[in-house]
Design a binder for this molecule. Structure first.
Ligand SMILES: Nc1ncnc2c1ncn2[C@@H]1O[C@H](COP(=O)(O)OP(=O)(O)OP(=O)(O)O)[C@@H](O)[C@H]1O
Ligand SMILES: [Mg+2]
Length: 378
């Protein structure tokens, strides 16, 4: 991935003003970057007060050249031309998240790309690069964010209590975990492991998150459009999520249509995860700065399609078939076991080794040995 500065005419067309509003928006942006970097493992660390974070991944990492411009305004590897805005294949595209985060915090970036022998550590204080040193690490990236909003006390005032912010962070992480089911996720709070999600199916992820095993799935394909719904009963009204091309979206009209329709025919408290998948050419995500709104091309009447889909679902009476739920569940478990067997951890160096080597270089530097490159080759 090569990072470019976006040309002025594209910058004008991208909505990217208020990207960072609270802690959860920072975590969301960092995880999205790790997903775009094709990470297989993502670990999230949050401190006791919920205001220092680290997101670590084993994705593609960045070259030196890319890393030192990654936090600047309008720098991205995800789009180049105006035309790319109409066919976005990544979650990010504005080249704005790291710029906004680095301006309101102290950000430490550790990164190494596959083609580099050593990595790089950068420290950026409120938008200014203050340290840049070679760093020995595995391929991938780690972003640590500290002192958030210290230079913007007005924003800090609008934060909720630690407990509420923590809840919001977890919710934001869950939204991403559900749909990125091929990635292993670990989440630590105050050095305590809170959860691990191993690579599994979306169904398994949902059932683990909503703690409900009786989930029904129903799917249908209409030409270029794939629809899938996971339904379950629950007293909690909050578990209603819609995704378009694996990105969580906010659209009150779609939620209303689905809620009303399901309530009309199934007179129980019903929750759902609804997935719409369509070729990126037919949608536009450049609608708001949160990247959580989407519009469909005018010839796709998505509301009508959703209603037809729900009608079919209700007609099938699929909902009450308990046998089917159990079969689905067993099949899912078998798949999961097979995947776990295949999975081999391929970390190149252990943390102990990394610490040892970094200390080694640190001591060498102290002795004023200049030719660091030569030593690395040794
Ligand atoms: N974890 C990561 N691994 C590898 N490269 C990364 C990572 N995080 C950021 N980058 C690089 O830094 C660039 C800038 O990131 P940033 O999040 O600011 O912008 P973006 O993801 O392109 O767009 P958006 O502002 O919509 O998120 C990315 O385009 C990507 O090339
Ligand atoms: Mg991004």
């Amino acid at each position: 991935m090569k990072i470019n500065f976006l040309p002025e005419e594209i910058i004008k067309k991208i909505l990217s003003d208020e990207t960072i509003k609270n802690y959860s928006s920072i975590i969301k942006e960092l995880i999205e970057n790790s997903i775009d970097a094709k990470a297989k493992n993502i670990s999230i660390y949050i401190d006791n007060y919920v205001n220092n974070f680290t997101v670590k991944d084993d994705g593609c990492g960045m070259s030196y050249k890319d890393a030192i411009i990654s936090y600047l305004k309008s720098t991205t590897s995800k789009i180049k031309k105006e035309k790319d805005l109409l066919n976005i294949n990544s979650i990010g595209f504005r080249g704005n998240a790291l710029y906004c985060i680095s301006n309101i915090s102290i950000m430490e970036i550790i990164t190494k790309s596959k083609n580099n022998k050593t990595g790089l550590k950068l420290i950026i204080e409120y938008g200014k690069l203050i340290k840049k040193i070679p760093y020995f690490c595995n391929t991938g990236s780690s972003f640590s964010i500290n002192n958030i909003f210290f230079n913007t006390p007005n924003k800090k005032k609008f934060l909720l209590s630690n407990k509420e912010e923590y809840k919001k962070i977890k919710n934001e992480i869950y939204k991403l975990i559900i749909v990125n089911n091929k990635i292993n996720f670990k989440f630590y709070h105050n050095n305590k492991l809170i959860f691990i999600f191993k690579k599994s199916s979306i169904l398994d992820r949902i059932s683990n998150i909503v703690l409900n095993k009786k989930i029904l799935t129903y799917n249908k394909k209409y030409k270029d459009l794939k629809l899938k719904i996971f339904l379950f009963f629950s007293k909690n009204k909050k578990n209603k999520y819609i995704y378009v091309n694996n990105k969580f979206i906010k659209n009150n009209i779609y939620y209303k249509i689905i809620n009303n329709y399901l309530l009309k025919y199934i007179k129980k408290k019903i929750n759902y995860f609804f997935f719409i998948n369509i070729n990126n050419k037919f949608i536009n995500f450049n609608i708001n700065s949160d990247k959580n709104k989407v519009i469909f091309k005018s010839n796709i009447n998505i509301k009508k399609i959703i209603i037809i889909f729900l009608k079919l679902l209700i007609n099938k009476n699929y909902f009450y078939n308990k046998k089917k739920i159990n079969i689905l569940y067993l099949k899912q478990k078998q798949e999961q076991k097979q995947e776990q067997k295949q999975e081999k951890k391929q970390e190149l160096y252990s943390n102990k080794e990394i610490n040892y080597i970094n200390n080694f270089f640190f001591n060498l530097k102290k002795k004023k040995l200049k030719n660091l490159k030569l030593i690395i080759i040794m």
